[in-house]
Design a protein around this ligand. Structure first.
Ligand code: PMP
Ligand code: GLN
Length: 382
């Protein structure tokens, strides 16, 4: 293994899902739903497969139907106009979009400021590009970014800001004011912004997702990334996308060509249909998840965890200090044996070993009876 990948080992998601399989525990670790997305979307994939659409290499940038549907989605929800031929790129999930973007835009030695705790592929992709990650720590209980601290971390080497909102794992959703302040810094220091918005439709209560690309001066410096995995509950399909100004998309496409060239064809036809589902789909999904958030949140509180209420995503971050424990990783390794539940230690998403040491993340994208059962098992912890 080269030095760039030193220390990146096996992802925590693979490790904890393997532990769930080995022990038969309820897996509230890796974020994937236990109910597949809409029947009509599944049928669209089957139809494409049967009709021979997408069974051979689709076009490199993605099939035109999907690029058009992505552009239409950005206009429908955010009022953003995009040329589907030059400003939209289909990728193998958001994961490839992140990798291709980092490889395309970073020079060795560039600095990337990213929220910490960070989704684990960010660290790996920044490292593979030979760049340096500079964490901006989000601190409990609110996990709001400190914008003065952000300003202080910008140096002449800073090339881009890597945002993630709604934020995995904390559930923080950037407000319009925070986005404006971040945008102003990006303009002032002439920085690129890469924004991972895979949880764009998973926002609760009064929180609203504002894509930073909609703010003044940002269109030409922002790469927005999303994916069908979370919004439509098809994490196994690996259909994601990048939207940005033409020159940025063209740069990302150059890198993407040599990673996967294209992603699976029939699923692209199906996701094109999914993006056109009526508002009732998006509203219903959100309402249902919010209810599940509250169901699991109540269960975790009753079990004795400190619970940080998420404004978005399908994750709840908790703190295990009330159990007299402080090592989240050790806690998660032992949890299946102690009570038959798997969770993710947020500590692995921090550079600063102290900042998230006692934080544990649970996902609530599971059937109600699974969440009830997990909550009842966790009550036997104390
Ligand atoms: N970014 C974040 C913040 C995520 O949580 C995930 C989900 N796993 C991804 C990117 C990857 O998305 P995909 O499965 O579409 O590659
Ligand atoms: N995004 C998912 C999570 O945070 C997992 C994705 C993965 O396994 N790489 O749980």
């Amino acid at each position: 293994l080269n030095r760039r990948l030193d220390g990146l080992g096996t992802t925590i998601f693979a490790e904890m899902s393997a532990l769930a399989t080995a022990t038969g525990a309820i897996n509230l670790g890796q974020g994937f739903p236990d109910t597949d997305g809409p029947e009509s979307v599944r049928e669209a994939a089957v139809r494409a497969l049967r009709d021979g659409r997408g069974n051979q290499y689709p076009p490199g940038p993605g099939i035109p139907e999907l690029r058009q549907a992505i552009a239409d989605h950005q206009r429908r929800f955010y009022g953003l106009s995009l040329d589907p031929d030059t400003e939209v790129l289909v990728t193998a999930g958001a994961t490839e979009a992140i990798a291709a973007t980092m490889l395309a835009l970073l020079e060795p030695g560039d600095e990337v400021i990213a929220f910490e705790p960070f989704y684990d592929s960010y660290a790996a992709c920044i490292a593979m590009a030979g760049a340096k990650r500079v964490p901006l720590t989000l601190r409990a209980p609110s996990f709001r970014p400190d914008l003065d601290e952000l300003r202080s971390k910008i140096t002449p080497q800073t090339r881009l800001l890597l945002l993630n909102t709604p934020h995995n794992p904390t559930g923080m959703v950037l407000t319009a004011d925070e986005q404006s302040a971040i945008a102003a810094l990006a303009v002032e220091h002439d920085l690129l912004v890469v924004t991972d918005e895979v949880y764009e439709h998973l926002v609760f209560d009064d929180a609203a997702h504002v894509p930073i690309a909609t703010l003044p001066g940002m269109r030409e410096r922002t790469v927005s990334i999303s994916s069908a995995g979370k919004t439509f509950s098809f994490t196994g399909w690996k259909v994601g996308w990048v939207v940005a100004d033409g020159p940025l998309v063209s740069a990302v496409r150059t890198a993407k060509q040599y990673l996967t060239y294209v992603s699976a064809g029939p699923f692209q036809y199906a996701v094109a249909e999914a993006l056109r589902l009526p508002d009732s789909y998006f509203d219903g999904f959100r309402t249902d998840l919010q209810r599940k958030r509250d169901l699991l949140g109540d269960g975790l509180r009753a079990a004795g965890f400190d619970v940080y209420q998420p404004e978005g995503t399908y994750f709840i971050t908790t703190d295990i200090t009330p159990f007299g424990e402080k090592d989240a990783y050790a806690f998660c390794r032992a949890l299946p044996e102690r009570c038959g539940v798997v969770a993710i230690p947020n500590s692995v998403f921090y550079d600063d070993p102290d900042a998230g040491r006692s934080q544990v993340r649970f996902t609530f994208c599971k059937k109600d009876d699974v969440l009830h059962e997990a909550a009842s098992r966790l009550r036997h912890l104390a």
